[in-house]
Ligand binder design. Structure first.
Ligand code: PGA
Length: 250
């Protein structure tokens, strides 16, 4: 099965209305050659989720959110539901990012409920997993990540509604990345765990690498076995660096 590469940008808590110029520049650079090779996605903050889908409409570049609540609506001040995200015209939602796990105490079981909500609303969930530096140093990285996968992913997941992002916490925003061998080992272990649980369906689930992906290292990382794309933070804020990363697929 061939998996379409996905280069996803996570803007985190960055971006004002004026940042639409970066989105427009990305769309302009997302020509037919690049479209044929890779899918592009930008996940802006919720304030821009209302306007970005219309800007990107017809461009092939997808828009996504960074979190959702498990419930479709209700008394949950400050939260946004998967249905609201879909209604805004977005197609994806990042779930269980390590910053949400750390800042908001999100657990695997909550992430799983959110992933179920995303599927209910017709969104593709990008479920994030990744070990801390102490866990890697203790030789527990594979065990931690495979455990997070088991707890965070709903039953019946398919390549049409789930993407997994492996993001070692110590590599996020630090300029450090795991060795090529460590990325291949982790992605192979995730694929094996998905195969065990979902059978042949696992072949369609894209596995992204995230953590200090830059134009300088994208060419190496994106060609590794079982790496089906990237989840990019800092380097996704500017069109020049985001597009340079995606061009690793040309
Ligand atoms: P980074 O962030 O690319 O800035 O390291 C990645 C992420 O947190 O998704």
């Amino acid at each position: 099965m061939t998996r379409r590469p996905l280069v996803a940008g996570n803007w985190k808590m960055n971006g004002l209305r004026a940042s639409v110029v970066e989105l427009e520049a990305m769309i302009a650079a997302y020509d037919s050659h690049l479209q044929a090779r890779a899918e592009l996605l930008i996940c802006p903050p919720a304030t821009l989720l209302a306007s970005f889908p219309a800007v990107a409409a017809g461009s092939g570049l997808a828009i996504g959110a960074q979190d959702c609540h498990p419930a479709p609506c209700g008394a949950h001040t400050g939260d946004i539901s998967a249905e609201m995200i879909a209604d805004a015209g977005a197609g994806f939602v990042i779930l269980g990012h390590s910053e949400r796990r750390a800042d908001h105490g999100e657990t695997d079981s909550l992430v799983r409920l959110k992933a179920e909500a995303a599927r209910r609303a017709g969104l593709v969930a990008i479920v994030c997993v990744g070990e801390s530096e102490a866990e890697r140093d203790a030789g527990r990285a594979l065990e931690i990540v495979v455990g997070q996968l088991a707890g965070s992913i709903p039953d019946g997941a398919t390549g049409a509604d789930l993407v997994v992002a492996y993001e070692p916490i110590w590599a996020i925003g630090t300029g450090r990345t795991p060795s090529e061998a460590d990325i291949v080992e982790m992605h192979g272990a995730m694929r094996a765990a998905l195969r065990e649980r979902f059978g042949a369906e696992a072949e369609g689930i894209r596995l992204l690498y995230g953590g200090s992906v830059k134009p300088e290292n994208a060419g190496t990382i994106l060609k590794l076995e079982d790496v089906d794309g990237a989840l990019v933070g800092g380097a996704s804020l500017k069109a020049a660096s985001f597009i340079a990363i995606a061009r690793a697929y040309l």
